[in-house]
Design a protein around this ligand. Sequence first.
Ligand SMILES: [Zn+2]
Ligand SMILES: [Zn+2]
Length: 279
Amino acid sequence: MNAHAVLQRYIDHVTIAILFLLHWQSSVFFQSFFQHRYGAHGQFTMSRSWERIFHFMAWLTQGSSYLSPRAYAILHRMHHAYSDTPKDPHSPIQEPNVVKMMLRTGKIYSGIKEGTLEVESRFDDGRYPSWPLLDKTQDGWGWPLAWGAAYTLFYFAFATHWWQFLLLPIHWFMGPIHGAIVNYFGHKVGYRNFNGSDDSRNTLPFDFLTMGELFQNNHHKYGQSPTFAARWFEIDPAYLIMRVFAAFGIIRLKGTQVARAPSRVTGSRISIPVPANAD
Ligand SMILES: [Zn+2]
Ligand SMILES: [Zn+2]
């Protein structure tokens, strides 16, 4: 193999790795930033034009597993209201395993999206982004299959080993995989800053996996805080990007709630009182 061939092989390897990391991080960023923090919670504001740009970016980066902002917002508001109770759409405490938990989530999400599930009016107040042209692309199998085919073609063009094709299902089902990680581990594994009524946890102090979504314990305590980090050592990558957006005037964070942790971390066996001013 000559030097050029070796270099080409290296570039192809890196191309697959870059594609995978880019798809993983961008799709979970827009899910956290757009559907979750902006759509479901309204933690910050932006102009109509920027809302459209970010809506399009969410559609583009989430591709085959794009989430309807309306269905996501309603489902997620139900999660906050009924966290870890029998009415929670996705609680690892109520379900025996992650597969059953995600099947229940998928069923409730589809029911909301298709209008076959009756939802409480407080969860469906019309305050979420809506763009029927994009949102309807997930109604059938056409667009998800087209996205899946596009990812597959990319692998045919750049994969250098057969085992790289094993990554393809992760691209096809990236949204549900992120959801399974956050909803299962975020209420099952990790430490707690706040002893609330649910089982939410902070799974990683630096959430490099899901752009800050694994600070579930902080987020359940401060649902309106755009930052999910509440301690000096906690790093919420999506919030760092949002600070840049705010510095350029793209989003407005002014006057929003800020998550703050009590004086020390509580482990599963240690409990400390939640400060009276925490709300
Ligand atoms: Zn949660
Ligand atoms: Zn939330």
